[in-house]
Ligand binder design. Structure first.
Ligand code: SF4
Ligand code: SF4
Length: 231
């Protein structure tokens, strides 16, 4: 079922199949984002999006000023209201834009655990990317026991070959370059690694309707790593 209510905290996003929702906490390439992210100030896709859509930029600024925990709780309220109206998301994406705080407070962790616990209880898959190894480690600890996949976005090709947990990497260049990076990761770790079908379909001009988050659940799968061709 599609989202019936007009979300004020949650968002929909282009890569998500109908029924997917996202939640972001702050503007991109500022506030929570680590400067070690290779996209920070260098063509971050989300930053470009915020420049085009003023309402989105305003919403992110609002979320940042109300704080991380309050934004988690507002999102959970909206999800509850959606559930009462008959809507259950098929996919939940954290940080469509921006990131999570580098050093969450106890209350931040409590609010995030409550939100993720609510989603997990309903078997709603969660995509939670983090832009550094340190942040991935911190949030894996914070969400321990819930079964949420905290994905490390590798900051270099070298790191992508080495990271032991769920990981992803953005590859500039052709589809062949992306497939090559996935092959190297598979070879180095023995883990499954795919090229994101949503971005791949967009890149080659194929029908992307089926290849969308929610239909594809790779990013919420602990045993799968993902290469995103730069778009
Ligand atoms: S962490 Fe994400 S939103 Fe922030 S600069 Fe990097 S790619 Fe952009
Ligand atoms: S790999 Fe699948 S789940 Fe991850 S972003 Fe691409 S389409 Fe979405």
């Amino acid at each position: 079922m599609r989202l019936r209510l007009q979300p004020t905290t949650l968002t929909v996003f282009g890569k998500g199949a109908p029924g997917s929702v996202g939640l972001s906490f702050a503007p991109s390439a500022s506030a929570h984002c680590s400067k070690r992210c290779p996209h920070y100030g260098r063509g971050c896709y989300a930053e470009n999006l915020e420049k085009r859509y003023r309402a989105l930029a305003d919403k992110l600024a609002r979320h940042h000023s109300q704080g991380f925990a309050a934004t988690c709780r507002a999102a959970q309220e909206e999800l509850r209201a959606g559930e009462r109206a008959g809507f259950t998301p098929i996919w939940f994406r954290l940080c469509v834009c921006g990131s999570v705080p580098a050093r969450p407070t106890r209350d931040d962790v409590r609010a995030l655990r409550e939100l993720c616990g609510w989603l997990v209880e309903r078997s709603i898959p969660i995509h939670f990317p983090t832009e550094t190894r340190q942040k991935a480690t911190r949030y894996r600890r914070a969400l321990r026991g819930l079964g949420v996949v905290v994905r490390e976005s590798a900051t270099s090709a070298q790191r992508f070959k080495q990271a032991s947990g769920p990981s992803s990497f953005v590859v500039a260049g052709t589809m062949a370059d992306a497939r090559n990076a996935a092959r190297k990761r598979r070879k180095a770790t023995g883990r499954r690694c795919i090229v994101c079908p949503a971005v791949a379909a967009k890149k080659v001009g194929a029908d992307a309707e089926r290849a969308k988050c929610g239909n594809c659940t790779a990013c919420a799968t602990p045993t799968t790593d993902v290469v995103y061709p730069k778009h």
